[in-house]
Design a protein. Structure first.
Length: 705
């Protein structure tokens, strides 16, 4: 069932033609690490999720999460099908439709399975128990001996007696609450833990999949919007007379929004080019080179995240002290699909098809922009062509809705690539200062860590160190002082953790080298966490790690991390051309412990995608800017990974079914900067302290070294 096929009337009809099961408040248990998500206003902390079992036997599951390409449409369906005991092919997922799905804060943070897995598991178990009660009454049999397979309940003592879920609920409305429905043991799973064909596979490979920019309606207009040349520029002169004379074009100005609309996108582009606009630009001394000094001066006061022992006492014990500063530049999301939205406003109600990670947030924003009640706004999220955190903000949806209301016609807004770069919420540029020391025996005695502007997620290190302190000043999620960043920043795949892992694992590698120790053995000697040791040892075995101190000339590196409950260890082999500074990554081995694995092939796909994307922020991706102007507006200057770059990628999924499922889509990316930096050092002895590690920076490091 397609999301855009459901209306409020459809929701009411669901209640009349099938079974709704309402779920009592239940803490997150299986499929989740034992931590609570932060409470937010309006968030359904009681988890009154619901599902429908239709009279025809199909199961409709409605969730506020969206499908960004990560495979949650399949994994969530597997979880529900498993507990409900129905065939996976009989489950239809409806995702991200604000009129029919329960409220959700958004799809990010590798939370889809980790957050909604427990809800759907409980939902399936409770629905199954209700249906077994109904079946026992229908068959006049003991509930305890009934068996279920593919939605058909059978009494084994009388095989001829059976009844389907569809027969039980057809034409009935049943509401039963189950306080403690038994959950299926993991050992009995037949659907979850397997790798079925993805539910979105056929539509995507055949081109039938619909995205926000594919929504076409009679009379629809394409909108092209006037953008300033730089952030902070103010409009001082405007002439739209020539554009207004273009046949079929409509020029609309509403406050800060000026757009040219036309039935044809190319003619809207032409008309936009006929507008003459003059701007006053701001002038400042912050650019992509001076930004790091600016951040250190402008960052808010640091907050101590963790402290144990005494750093001062640890320094007294240190025979060797390492004091380093690590930098990373702004990075764009660069998703394949640019921000897109199609809006229709009629009968006092607005419907917006949007490429967004936060449909319920967009609903509120559109309602506010149009001056209507939220109940009069429906946001439908079709397939989204990549997000990585960048589609948490959805300005294009508000623009489309405003223009649809002003023109009384359907309006589509699809950003060009230059707009995508200009309005992106970049991964913030950041600085990390680490001061650490070790005893004469090669044991780390203290660790003093201060991260500026990246954020505090996973800033606290996990090695066994007696004296340590972790401080964070500013981040990507708001609350920064005005002017800290020259443009918007936001979450970027595994926010904070790429920066913090790069700094931590680089510093650990430096200390291993000063201790004349093998980088892997040095880490293991400071690790008591059994899960981390296990992923490191699994990666080393697959990689064929050979003990030796760096730099060995082999070009191998190691890095490890924990990301929201998922443990990951990565090893890489690189080749460095000393003449050009060019790096070729030849091989990457990544071991991951994500607890229970709902879909092994889906997890491997996400690991491979993360590793590939990580090559970009490690080696080439950075946003250049000056005086508020974004200098990189397309892929001719902003270089993302290419297929020709790809190394041999080997993934290892650690079997750990007794642990709750945690995320798999983001963790592998966090090691890529550090593991490549450490491999570069092992290859040529050049220590890289800034991301990305471009050929120019590698040559500079070689000259320093």
């Amino acid at each position: 069932m397609r999301t855009d096929d459901l209306s409020r009337r459809d929701v009411l009809s669901l209640a009349q033609t099938g079974l709704f099961v309402f779920f009592p408040p239940e803490p997150l248990a299986a499929f989740q690490e034992p931590t609570r998500l932060p409470a937010r206003q309006g968030y359904p902390t009681d988890f009154n999720a619901y599902l429908r079992i239709g009279a025809e036997g199909r199961v409709t599951c409605l969730v506020g999460k969206v499908e960004l390409g990560q495979g949650s449409k399949t994994a969530l369906a597997q979880i529900l099908a498993e507990e409900l005991d129905v065939a996976l092919d009989s489950v239809d997922m409806v995702m991200g439709d604000t009129d029919v799905c329960p409220w959700d804060m958004g799809t990010f943070g590798s939370l889809s399975v980790r957050q909604f897995g427990p809800v759907l598991r409980r939902a399936g178990a409770e629905a199954r128990s209700v249906l077994l009660q109904m079946a026992a009454e229908h068959l006049q049999a003991s509930q305890g001996r009934l068996q279920v397979r593919d939605g058909v309940v059978t009494d084994p003592s009388k095989p001829a007696k059976h009844v389907s879920y569809a027969q039980l609920v057809q034409g009935k409305r049943i509401e039963r609450r189950m306080e403690k429905a038994p959950l299926k043991p993991v050992a009995a799973y037949t659907v979850a833990g397997r790798s079925p064909r993805r539910k979105d596979a056929m539509e995507k490979v055949t081109g039938k999949a619909k995205y926000a920019g594919d929504m076409i309606f009679p009379g629809m207009l394409h909108a092209r919007i006037l953008r300033p040349p730089a952030h902070g520029a103010t409009l001082k002169g405007l002439d739209t007379s020539v554009a207004e004379k273009t046949s079929g074009a409509m020029v609309v100005k509403d406050g800060d929004l000026l757009a040219v609309l036309h039935a044809r996108r190319d003619l809207a582009d032409q008309a936009l080019g006929m507008i003459t606009a003059q701007y006053d630009r701001r002038h400042g001394d912050v650019d992509d080179k001076s930004i790091f000094d600016h951040l250190l001066k402008a960052a808010p006061q640091g907050q101590v995240l963790f402290e144990s022992g005494s750093v001062a006492e640890g320094e007294k014990l240190a025979a060797t002290i390492v004091d380093e500063t690590y930098l990373n530049s702004y990075v764009a999301h660069a998703a394949m699909e640019t921000h897109s939205a199609t809006a229709v406003v009629e009968g006092g109600k607005a419907t917006v098809w949007a490429s967004t990670q936060t449909p319920f947030g967009v609903k509120q924003q559109v309602a506010q922009a149009l001056g209507v009640a939220p109940r009069d706004v429906r946001v439908i999220t079709p397939y989204v062509g990549g997000g990585f955190g960048g589609k948490s903000a959805s300005r294009q949806a508000i623009e489309a809705a405003r223009l649809a209301k002003l023109t009384c016609k359907p309006v589509q807004v699809v950003w060009g690539r230059a707009e995508e770069f200009f309005h992106d919420t970049f991964r913030p540029a950041a600085v990390v200062k680490v001061r650490s020391g070790m005893t004469g025996e090669g044991k780390i005695s203290f660790w003093d860590y201060h991260v500026y502007c990246a954020g505090d997620r996973e800033a606290r290190q996990f090695y066994t160190i007696p004296h340590q302190r972790t401080i964070s000043s500013g981040g990507w999620g708001g609350g920064n002082p005005p002017g800290l960043h020259p443009f918007s920043v936001g979450p970027w795949r595994a926010p904070s953790v790429n920066t913090n892992t790069f700094a931590r694992e680089s510093q650990i590698d430096i200390m291993a080298a000063k201790a004349c120790a093998d980088p892997l053995e040095f880490r293991l000697s400071h690790l008591t966490d059994a899960r981390m040791r296990r992923v490191l040892e699994a990666a080393a075995k697959q990689f064929g790690w050979k003990t030796g101190r760096a730099p060995s000339g082999r070009g191998v590196g190691v890095a490890c991390a924990i990301y929201l409950g998922t443990y990951v260890a990565t090893m890489a082999e690189v080749a460095v051309d000393k003449g050009t500074g060019r790096v070729v990554v030849r091989r990457v081995v990544c071991a991951q412990d994500q607890g229970f694995i709902v879909n092994p092939d889906g997890s491997r796909q996400q690991m491979e995608g993360s590793i590939t994307m990580g090559l970009g922020y490690a080696l080439t991706e950075e946003v250049r800017f000056s005086n508020g102007e974004i200098l990189d507006r397309n892929f001719d200057t902003y270089q993302i990974p290419r297929f020709s770059w790809l190394p041999k990628i080997e993934t290892i999924l650690i079997e750990n079914p007794e642990m709750p499922a945690s995320g798999c889509g983001e963790p592998p990316i966090v090691n890529m900067g550090a593991v490549i930096a450490n491999a570069i050092y092992d290859s040529v002895g050049a220590r890289m302290l800034q991301l990305p590690m471009t050929p120019v920076r590698i040559q500079e490091a070689l000259r320093r070294g």
